[in-house]
Design a protein around this ligand. Structure first.
Ligand SMILES: NC(=O)c1ccc[n+]([C@@H]2O[C@H](COP(=O)([O-])OP(=O)(O)OC[C@H]3O[C@@H](n4cnc5c(N)ncnc54)[C@H](O)[C@@H]3O)[C@@H](O)[C@H]2O)c1
Length: 282
């Protein structure tokens, strides 16, 4: 099951990055988004990023041109018909993803793998929206995709071993380090990361230390590149609270509910870097 033609569904922050690394790795890529405007934006971003890579001496002009020539763009799902894999990176909403997977199931050829870049939604639930659950898998990339090495590869309940093997192989051809995991709430990355961030909010709420001191202790003491509260601002406080609720529901345990202070900041509109103010002012 060697994957040659890659389809990326969703031309946003993550989809654009996944398409870029695929093309640079020599793969034929098609980017599909329901919004023609997003497609045009994504194409312009690819051109700008490649031009910058050449300018900075990180890439030869001919290689940048060849990578760009390997990417095509579409705003019609039927363009996905000849792809060997579709990697979905649309908004993090279970109903939207299920509808997108039902559409992809109809548009993609038999045997095409349907992968999702979800951060928190059950792979098994998404797979159930298709008639090919054995070909559905999680491919969790990290932001920014061209820089971050990891792909967490998540098997749904029905995922076939040959599909996992093909996706692990594709990830390493993209220059990534792929690590397998199974489908439980939060997978491995968010199951461990988010409770740590949540605990940092409790530590702040209980007056154990000021935010900058909590971050400094975790950076210097644990050798983390950034502190948990700074990271929460980067990820988005609303996303952190949402994922904690996914963990609480999926693992049937109230101890995973978001810290009241985290919820209060979200209610106040303090969402982190993206809103200009979260734990810190940006
Ligand atoms: N941003 C991150 O740090 C990060 C990290 C890991 C995983 N993820 C996951 O990646 C996914 C995408 O996140 P993002 O930050 O790139 O979002 P984004 O908002 O930047 O992009 C989403 C894109 O999906 C498109 N879209 C929406 N509905 C669609 C549909 N029905 N059909 C086709 N296209 C549709 C939108 O037009 C938009 O271009 C989410 O599931 C998110 O949880 C994000």
């Amino acid at each position: 099951m060697a994957i040659k033609k890659v389809g990326v569904v969703g031309a946003g922050q993550m989809g654009g990055g996944i398409a870029q690394v695929s093309a640079v790795a020599g793969l034929d890529v098609l980017v599909y988004d329901a919004s023609a405007e997003q497609v045009a934006k994504c194409k312009a971003t690819h051109q700008k990023l490649m031009a910058r890579a050449v300018e900075k001496g990180r890439m030869e002009q001919a290689d940048a041109d060849a990578a760009l020539a390997r990417i095509s763009y579409a705003s019609d799902v039927n363009a996905m018909a000849d792809r060997d894999i579709a990697i979905e990176a649309v908004v993090e909403n279970e109903d939207v993803k299920k509808a997108v997977f039902a559409d992809l199931d109809g548009a993609c050829k038999d045997g095409c793998i349907l992968a999702t870049n979800t951060s928190s939604i059950s792979i098994t639930a998404i797979a159930a929206a298709t008639k090919r659950p054995q070909h559905v898998i999680g491919m969790h990339f990290f932001y920014p995709v061209p820089v971050m090495k990891l792909v967490e590869v998540i098997n749904g309940l029905a995922t076939e071993e040959a599909v996992t093997t093909a996706v692990l192989d594709l990830s390493s051809r993209m220059g990534k380090v792929a690590v397998p995991a199974n489908d439980r709430a939060g997978f491995v990355s968010n199951r461990i990361l988010m409770p740590m961030i949540n605990e940092a909010f409790y530590t702040w709420m209980e007056g154990v230390a000021e935010p900058e001191h909590i971050d400094e202790i975790m950076k210097l003491g644990m050798n983390h590149p950034m502190g948990p509260l700074q990271l929460a601002d980067f990820i988005g406080l609303d996303t952190c609270a949402h994922i904690m609720n996914v963990l609480a529901d999926g693992l049937h345990s109230e101890r995973y509910r978001p810290c009241p202070l985290l919820e209060q900041l979200v209610t106040a509109g303090r969402l982190g870097n993206k809103s200009g103010h979260g734990v810190y002012k940006h």
